[in-house]
Design a binder for this molecule. Structure first.
Ligand code: F6P
Length: 324
């Protein structure tokens, strides 16, 4: 292996730049050439490649987003699109790929590596933390800290006006952003798809909760079956007409910003491990960290996110105990 290609794909996540930097620097350390592929699989299909060196990744470890840009490619979902991508790699003499992204990225990588027997190693880069084979994904720590900072501010208003705030957070079909950030802000209730508390359950929780505390924070994961924070707001307004209720959807603020130190270190570790993995013959796998150890997990297993779907009842009990 002489030349490694690197790309970021799917939703951007804070720490992707730290991961790119680690891949580039590790490749150079091991005397490899490294090619940056722009706009994820879109750039791969269209041959949008740039040569990368030590300097092209200087001063990016602290920056959010991704310098390689990213996209959710429809073309790469087709067999023709992937064939075009393969031809581009051959033309540019690229021998292996390192892809940074989430489950969509690895679904594409899995098809590609099987179809063309082409070496690919993945790095988990998504704020959702919804992958199997790693305790944490790159971007999750920053995102939950962004949520905590935002909700702390909302709490000031909630307290001052005796209001109930329903705050919607991202996570697609996973409730892990909601769960951890909800505990971090001391939320009165957290609605996540893994638990399906429902509006009735929430009303019950609020009715059984403290009566002497008028301000309340409810965190709703966007993927919960209640169908978003505005739906919850409407239902609660009908049930509690005298309560001053506001809804806040945090949105893409959760994807941006400087990566936390935890995300920078995780990304750096993963980037070096991915290059070393490629050199050791790894392929069709995602690098992850479980109990502080680095491990490789096959793509088709990583995207099942079984652990993420099975939120331990102990976490939910924690929410109940702490919202007394
Ligand atoms: O996967 C990251 C994520 O931010 C999810 O939490 C969210 O559901 C989705 O991406 C939003 O995607 P887009 O930015 O394409 O609207």
């Amino acid at each position: 292996i002489k030349n490694i290609g690197v790309l970021t794909s799917g939703g951007d996540a804070p720490g992707m730049n730290a991961a790119i930097r680690a891949v580039v620097r590790a490749a150079i350390y091991y005397d490899l050439e490294v090619t940056g592929i722009l706009r994820g699989y879109e750039g791969l299909v269209h041959g949008d490649f740039i040569e990368m060196n030590r300097k092209s990744v200087a001063n990016i470890i602290q920056r959010g987003g991704t310098i390689l840009k990213t996209a959710r490619s429809e073309t790469f979902k087709t067999a023709e699109g992937r064939e075009m991508g393969y031809q581009q790699l051959k033309k540019h003499h690229i021998d292996a790929l390192i892809v940074i992204g989430g489950d969509g990225t690895f679904t594409g990588a899995n098809l590609f590596t099987n179809e063309f027997d082409f070496p690919i190693v993945g790095l988990p880069g998504t704020i959702d933390n919804d992958l199997q084979g790693t305790d944490f994904t790159i971007g999750y720590d920053t995102a939950i800290n962004t949520v905590v900072n935002a909700v702390d501010k909302i709490r000031d208003t909630a307290e001052s006006h005796d209001r109930l705030f329903i705050v919607e957070v991202m996570g697609r079909d996973s409730g892990l952003i909601a769960l951890r950030s909800g505990i971090g802000v001391g939320a009165e209730a957290i609605l996540i798809p893994e638990a399906n508390m429902g509006v009735e359950g929430l009303i019950q929780r609020l009715e059984n909760g403290r009566k002497d505390k008028a301000s309340k924070i409810v965190i709703v994961a966007e993927g919960d079956e209640v169908g978003g924070a505005f739906n919850v707001g409407e239902a609660l307004k009908q049930k509690f007409p005298n309560y001053d209720i506001r809804v806040s959807v945090l949105g893409h603020i959760q994807r941006g910003g400087k990566p936390s130190c935890m995300d920078r270190v995780l990304a750096s570790r993963f980037g070096v491990a991915a290059v070393e993995g490629v050199l050791a013959g790894q392929s069709g796998v995602m690098v992850g960290q479980v109990n502080r150890e680095l491990i490789f997990t096959p793509f088709d297993h990583a995207i099942k996110h079984i652990d993420a779907q099975q939120v331990s009842p102990a976490w939910l009990k924690l929410v109940e105990i702490l919202s007394l």
